[in-house]
Write a protein that binds this ligand. Structure first.
Ligand code: SAM
Length: 241
C-alpha cells in the first residue's frame, strides 16, 4: 500500500499553522468547497467522510449546511490538531470524528458512508486507483464520491516544455489570486507549491478525464464533472455508486 510520502508529511507539518491564513484566505478555495457541498446534496444525519480534512474547512461547511455526521481523516497530525481545536470551540464534538489515517489505507467497513468527499488532497497519491476502489467499497449503495481538485495533467516527462507551459498557465492564475487575497505569506506558500507540482515532488495532479476513467473502472454507475464557475482550472466530480 502506498503511504503518504515524507515530502508531503513534512510539507503539511510546516504549513499547518499558516494554512487558514494562506490558502484559507483565497476565495476560489472556498468556492470550490462550497460547490462540493452543494453537489453532494448532503442530508440531515448523513454519514460523511472527508478524506484529507486538514484544518476542517470542508467538514465545517458540510456541518453548516446539514447536521450530518462527519468523519475526517488526514495523514498530518499538525493539520488535524487545528481541526480538533475548532471542533472543541464550535462544540460539534457529537457530530465530528477525526482520525489520523492515510487515504491509501481507508480502513473502514464496507457500505458505511453516504458521502465520501475530498478536496485538493487525492492528487498527493501517486497511485490513485486503489483508493478510488476503496472509496467505492466503503460507500453505501447510491452513495456519492465528490472530488474537488485542479484539472491538470502533470503526467509525462518533467523536461517536456509543453507540460511545463500547461502547469505554468494554471500557476499564473494561482499566484495572482494568492498574492491578491492572501498576501505575501500566501504567495510564498503557493510559489513553493508550484515548484512541487512542476517536479512531481509529492504533487501528482491528473486531469478530470483521467479521474473520470478511474471512477468508471471502479464501477461507479454514474460520473459527472462540473467546472467551477470563473475558475477554469478547477472542477468537481460526482460519482454515484
Ligand atoms: C491542501 S490540504 C486540503 C485540506 C482540506 N481538504 C481543504 O480543502 O482545505 C491537503 C490535505 O491532505 C492531507 N494529505 C495529503 N496526503 C494525504 C494522504 N495520503 N492521506 C491522508 N491525508 C493526506 C494533508 O495532510 C492536508 O491536510
Amino acid at each position: 500500500m502506498e503511504k503518504t510520502n515524507n515530502i508531503t508529511k513534512e510539507w503539511f507539518k510546516d504549513w499547518a499553522n499558516e494554512y487558514d491564513r494562506t490558502l484559507g484566505k483565497v476565495k476560489r478555495h472556498h468556492a470550490l468547497l462550497d460547490l462540493v457541498v452543494k453537489l453532494s446534496e448532503v442530508k440531515e444525519n448523513d454519514a460523511v467522510l472527508d478524506i484529507g480534512c486538514g484544518t476542517g474547512l470542508l467538514s465545517l461547511k458540510f456541518l453548516k449546511t446539514k447536521y450530518c455526521f462527519i468523519t475526517g481523516i488526514d495523514s498530518s497530525p499538525e493539520m488535524l490538531s487545528i481541526f480538533k481545536e475548532k471542533i472543541k470551540k464550535l462544540e460539534v464534538k457529537n457530530h465530528t470524528t477525526c482520525k489520523l489515517e492515510d487515504a491509501a489505507a481507508l480502513n473502514f467497513d464496507r457500505n458505511l458512508f453516504n458521502i465520501a468527499a475530498s478536496t485538493v488532497t487525492l492528487h498527493h497519491l501517486k497511485n490513485k486507483y486503489p483508493t478510488v476502489k476503496k472509496i467505492y467499497n466503503i460507500l453505501k449503495p447510491e452513495g456519492k464520491f465528490i472530488l474537488g481538485d485542479v484539472d491538470m495533467d502533470t503526467t509525462g516527462k518533467i523536461t517536456d516544455p509543453e507540460r511545463l507551459l500547461r502547469i505554468m498557465g494554471w500557476l499564473n492564475e494561482e499566484f495572482t489570486l494568492a498574492i491578491k487575497e492572501g498576501g505575501i505569506e500566501a504567495f510564498n506558500r503557493m510559489y513553493d507549491n508550484g515548484r512541487k507540482h512542476i517536479l512531481n515532488d509529492g504533487e501528482y495532479c491528473i486531469s478530470f478525464i483521467q479521474w473520470e476513467e478511474l471512477c468508471r473502472k471502479a464501477k461507479f454507475r454514474e460520473v459527472i464533472v462540473k467546472p467551477l464557475p470563473d475558475f477554469e482550472w478547477f472542477k468537481v466530480l460526482v460519482a454515484v455508486k
